[in-house]
Design a protein around this ligand. Structure first.
Ligand SMILES: C[S@@+](CC[C@H](N)C(=O)[O-])C[C@H]1O[C@@H](n2cnc3c(N)ncnc32)[C@H](O)[C@@H]1O
Length: 239
């Protein structure tokens, strides 16, 4: 009921995860990246407590015309997991297909900025077919990130460099998602990781992983104070 009256995010929901669900997510990522739980947890806290980023997003929402479809309260949900991958892997190239307002984009770019401050350069590309997508990606965050407007598969076809971290979150039909993986297949290397934002609904990444000899796992999120049962993170990696 409260969500119905208070939230303006009625298509791409935002919410926090329950405390235990965050801990489950940390264990899941620790296993995949072969890191200690405490290392993963440190990065979840780093993103959760980044007041500069939170203030930036709230201000952007309040000041932008497009902000009428966003809440000023910042809730990243499973995207905190994406952040951890970007912080631990220190990727040179992160690609996210489907940017929408840019919650994932700006969070991932905040990770790349912190990596840069530690001496690891990295670039983010988001793809979106909507020319108005990505209004949250601005300011300092834009120093490491850009949006490629147009159909995602077309944009991916034009990429020339290896992709370290790939996040699928665009057209959520089975065929389209699978085609994205085929399109980037030759840009993957042994350490590349693919995350799917659609694995709770469709096995495209599972199928791709089995066909290409990659491992697959799925983490299911548990939203806090939200009616939505939650999505998750599908992950494809080489062991
Ligand atoms: C679920 S939203 C992305 C949410 C975003 N990743 C985030 O962190 O909030 C899906 C986005 O995919 C975009 N999209 C849908 N079909 C697409 C296509 N064929 N090519 C590129 N973008 C597409 C939509 O415009 C929409 O902005």
């Amino acid at each position: 009921m409260r969500w119905g009256f208070e939230s303006k995010e009625d298509t791409n929901f935002t919410y926090d995860l329950t405390p235990n669900n965050l801990r489950y997510m940390a264990c899941f990522i620790a296993l995949v990246l072969k890191k200690d739980y405490s290392t993963v947890w440190k990065y979840i806290e780093e993103a959760s407590q980044d007041q500069t980023l939170r203030d930036y997003i709230s201000t952007k929402v309040s000041q932008s015309d497009l902000g009428r479809w966003s809440d000023t309260e910042v809730r990243f949900g499973r995207r905190l997991g994406w952040y951890v991958f970007a912080r631990i892997m220190k990727p040179k190239l992160v690609v996210e297909t489907g940017v929408d307002k840019g919650h994932g984009a700006v969070l991932l770019c905040s990770a790349l900025l912190r990596n840069r401050a530690e001496g690891f350069e990295g670039q983010y590309y988001g793809t979106d077919i909507n020319p108005k997508a990505g209004y949250l990606l601005d300011g300092i965050y834009k120093e490491v990130g850009a949006i490629l407007y147009g159909d995602s598969i077309e944009s991916l076809s034009n990429l020339k460099t290896p992709i370290d971290l790939f996040i699928n979150d665009s057209d959520h039909s089975m065929d389209y998602e699978y085609q994205e993986y085929l399109t980037i297949r030759n840009h993957l290397h042994a350490q590349s990781i693919i995350l799917s934002d659609n694995a709770e609904a469709c096995p495209a990444l599972l199928n791709f992983s089995l066909e290409t000899g990659r491992q697959f796992l799925f983490f299911r999120e548990e939203p806090k104070n939200h009616w939505y049962p939650g999505g998750g993170i599908g992950i494809s990696f080489s062991s």
